[in-house]
Design a protein around this ligand. Sequence first.
Ligand SMILES: CC(C)(COP(=O)(O)OP(=O)(O)OC[C@H]1O[C@@H](n2cnc3c(N)ncnc32)[C@H](O)[C@@H]1OP(=O)(O)O)[C@@H](O)C(=O)NCCC(=O)NCCS
Length: 218
Amino acid sequence: MPLYKLINFSRSVGTTTEILLWKITESLSELSSDVTLNPVNSIRFNGMKSELHQRAFLSVRKLLQLKGYTDFDLEYDQFGKPHLKDGKHISISHSHDFATLIISDEITGIDIELQREKIIRIAYKFVETEEEFLDKENQEDYIRKLTVIWGVKESIFKIRNEAGISFKDHIYVHPFQMEDKSGTAELNFQNKSIQFKFYFIEIDNFTLVYAFQQNQNK
Ligand SMILES: CC(C)(COP(=O)(O)OP(=O)(O)OC[C@H]1O[C@@H](n2cnc3c(N)ncnc32)[C@H](O)[C@@H]1OP(=O)(O)O)[C@@H](O)C(=O)NCCC(=O)NCCS
């Protein structure tokens, strides 16, 4: 399937943000025929053990093409964070049969996750202050909210890209309602407090979260 969803908006004057989502239905050979990888990414691609990961990797390149970019416009730093050569901010995520990216003038991160019951079992690893507003009795709501919280923390981690950040100890998601489709969070790490605004949408059984750093120069 080609592009599954496109979201285009401006949060403040002079900035634009685009989110592109691909539902991966094509075979590896179909996707490969349309994408040329740069030498570094080619080596990485050939070393990937999972075909699903390879298909997701190529689907991200299909999304880049829709915005006029090729794989040659993308570079990864030593930690694996992607950067666009033209200076726009980019973040990438893939999960099962979805691949997504966000391109923005603002500092941003994105994450897509399948909503799974399993998240309840690992909640203790990434939930701390959020316990106060989570209702464990309502299991469906609990799973949906935990998935948002996880996505927010992953998105913030991708923005900051700093070793030592703990989801549980350093990133706090403030109370939110599922109907709000947005919220705020903060990172307290190494004597800095950084605020974030996040948004989320639910598609099929997936939760797509994207976050923006509010203090752009920290
Ligand atoms: C790097 C990390 C953020 C990737 O997230 P993920 O859920 O495994 O996978 P996603 O599909 O959402 O994201 C993968 C993409 O993130 C990007 N990415 C990888 N490392 C990154 C980094 N250090 N910073 C920003 N983006 C990064 C890449 O674009 C990658 O896709 P690609 O290599 O195919 O282009 C994650 O593995 C991680 O290290 N998280 C933090 C560690 C942690 O504390 N985890 C658990 C706490 S309980």
